[in-house]
Design a protein around this ligand. Sequence first.
Ligand SMILES: *Cc1c(COP(=O)(O)O)cnc(C)c1O
Length: 467
Amino acid sequence: MCYLSTRGSAPELDFEGATLAGLASDGGLYVPAAWPRLSPADIAGLAGLSYVETAMRVCTPFIGQSLGEAELRAILTAAYASFGHAATVPLKALDERHWLLELFHGPTLAFKDVAMQALGGLFETFLGRTARQLTIIGATSGDTGSAAIHALAGRDRVQVFMLHPRGRVSEVQRRQMTTVLSPNIHNIAIDGTFDDAQALVKAMFNDRGFAARFDLGAVNSINWARLMLQIPYYFHAAVRLGAPERAVSFAVPTGNFGDVFAGYAARAMGLPIERLVVATNENDILHRALSAGDYSAGQVAPTDSPSMDIQVSSNFERLLFDLAGRDGTACAGMMAGFEARKALAIPGDQQAAAAAIFASERVDADAMRQALRWAATQCGEVIDPHTAVGLAAARRQATGTTPMVTLATAHPAKFPDAVERACGIRPALPAQARGLMDREERYSTLPAELAAIEAFIADRAAPRLAA
Ligand SMILES: *Cc1c(COP(=O)(O)O)cnc(C)c1O
């Protein structure tokens, strides 16, 4: 499989190259040159397989010659051995229509572990073939950072610099990052929002002078491998609910459009997905874009679902690329316009094409709490606020007899205050996370200024090897 940039002018790469590159050199994002297809018989053949074997079948067509079968199986097996549930990603019934797909049984209690644990193994395998030292620069609204840090701590050839918005992540989220004291992990709290942090990361990749000094890599969902590793759970859940004979819908609590784009990829590969419901909180740029063609960034409003407090959704570019007929030049033009004006009007025909696949809902704080209470009192399931945003959207959009699966993206104990406010129950941390509140923390605080952050990293990162 070969990978192209959404902006059409970066070199094409194989899977290994795209995994190590992160952002493309023209500022675009790597996407597969074509969507591989699984036939109905291939999909039926996933019935009864373990999560690792499902992921093997779904990921192999994207990987090509970059990994042998045994290498991939070893990476996936090690990744999912760290999960605290024997089913890896259990599917739970709420009522006759609604299901929860629990993606939060990994070491940091959010769905990002599903991809990140395996991404750590991919980095180690690919870097081990060379003498390269990768400098990972990332921005996090909480969960990406902790998942990346747990996946990469202590790995030899990787240095991690993780920016988070100071005071805007939950205490559990912060401690999951800052209590990892491995010398290859560097936490940076910036005075700004998540969007500021994400913009700084993009600016470092685009600063040619800086980028030339280090071998920069990304763990944000701009990294294609992360999205690929999120596709298997759509297949795994849908097959359990009757695919390929029966179609299934998914409701996805959405921030950066990564998780739901993996669902789009699953559909493009042949999985019968009737609807992908994009659930946003009050930060509703994606709802406005999908329902009215208005992709324009406003101010970020803090909510009880902080991992979705995002105005600029970097993976939306991957959808825009497909909607624009996979024309990189056209997509580059749209993104240049968006970067200049922070606003983009999606043409009517493209909006209609998106509406055939996606529905969207804006879920405010009241609706989120109501869904959380419904799950607790009517179904006996305590869910987290992100999942509750998804469930509220799912309940608005469910129609007919199509099963509706809400992705449960975080363990409720990651957000105990908000859960208690909504339903009166304070969820306890599961075994993997006990002791977190007592451990020593280490992090640096910096202004949201490119020069200060680059200087901090330059003092600590390994220089790029001469070619
Ligand atoms: C990251 C995150 C999301 C949003 O996922 P995207 O891929 O950014 O759309 C939703 N819920 C939780 C708990 C998350 O950590």
